[in-house]
Design a protein around this ligand. Sequence first.
Ligand code: GLC
Length: 424
Amino acid sequence: MEARANYERRIKWFKEARFGMFIHWGLYALPARHEWVKSRERISNEEYEKYFKHFNPDLYDPREWARMARQAGMRHMVITSKHHEGFCLWDSDLTDYKATNTPARRDLLQPFVDAARAEGLRVGFYYSLLDWHHPEYTPDIHHPMRDNEEFVAQAKGRDMRQYAEYVRGQIRELLIRYGKIDILWCDFSFPGRAYKDMPGKGKADWESEKLVALIRELMPDVLLNNRLDLPGDFVTPEQYQPRTAVQLEGVPVTWEACQTFSGSWGYDRDNLDWKTPDMLVRMLIDGVSKDGNLLLNVGPNARGEFEPRAVQMLEAIGGWMRLHNRSIYGCGPAPFTPPPDCRYTMNTVGDRLYLHIFSWPFKHLYLDGLADKVEYAQFLHDASEVAMRATGGVLSTAPAPGSNTLLLQVPIQKPNVLVPVVEL
Ligand code: GLC
């Protein structure tokens, strides 16, 4: 087992960063109706081939992506080197199913890595363990051909050991070709999820122990997620907000929620289920108040651009982050209970407490346990003073004297920011 101190050293930047960008980009950007389209619509390799033939992201400019991520306040970027469809964005020696053989005609990962680094962002690779194109990958509950009896019968002789070797070969390429990679995000395991007589897949199928040994050997400091059916360096709640700080068997763990704008990870043209920027900012804050990160996804389109809705969203979040990132970077939970509809975060030194106000109150906020601790209060966005006093029995609603409750008096109008923050 790795010494705790070494883990703390490796994970430090990640816990301070708090906010990153996920990118889901592959052939599914062309059908533009969810990255699972091949499985959902049970599309065969032959039918799916048209997307491979027409993949031509002529406007691909990852420098622009990285700039938008940085301006949104993000500190790392994780891109799908290969998603479940099996298509590789890089020039892998182990398959022909890759960007270099499409009209794109080039390795798309190298410019991405260069761009992220140039903008000062950490770099991560997502890698799908599922593969709906590989000739040795056996059909299962998620496979597009799961209901095609002829396909399933013909696939009987497939050998997952060969596929596991392919995975190791590809991970090796990803970890030796692009310099230092900060995060490796493998996706995902589903042991026990049988369908008809096809078993689910987990560590025995991916040969996870061997794979992890290889990863640790090639890149000892890389942060590995927890979806190999083995514990990893951090856990990955997906499309929900944990109720409390995340624990495994009673022990707090490093976590990063991954979230979408619209429920879909890949570009989804007709999807109207978009969250609002203030909801996303609240999700980020909520996570930090529970000691977690947010990895927020963008699904670029098939020309290689972020759609206008995504750009607007990032700009709005970036506007908030520009003025409020002090309550996010390097911050974590605070040992106080916030008033209703509020979240606290605290910096590492413990000399600044941030009160995030999700729902604007009328005039007063009561902060329990803080009257003897706060020297000064101000709004974070404009550094304007917020009036405060220890409560006595003056107001009928106020707690009894001696309860150490601090009363904040805020303006009638909510400040014009997505979520106002009082710095204490
Ligand atoms: C899920 C989905 C997938 C997505 C991932 C991101 O496991 O299979 O499409 O890439 O979550 O967390």
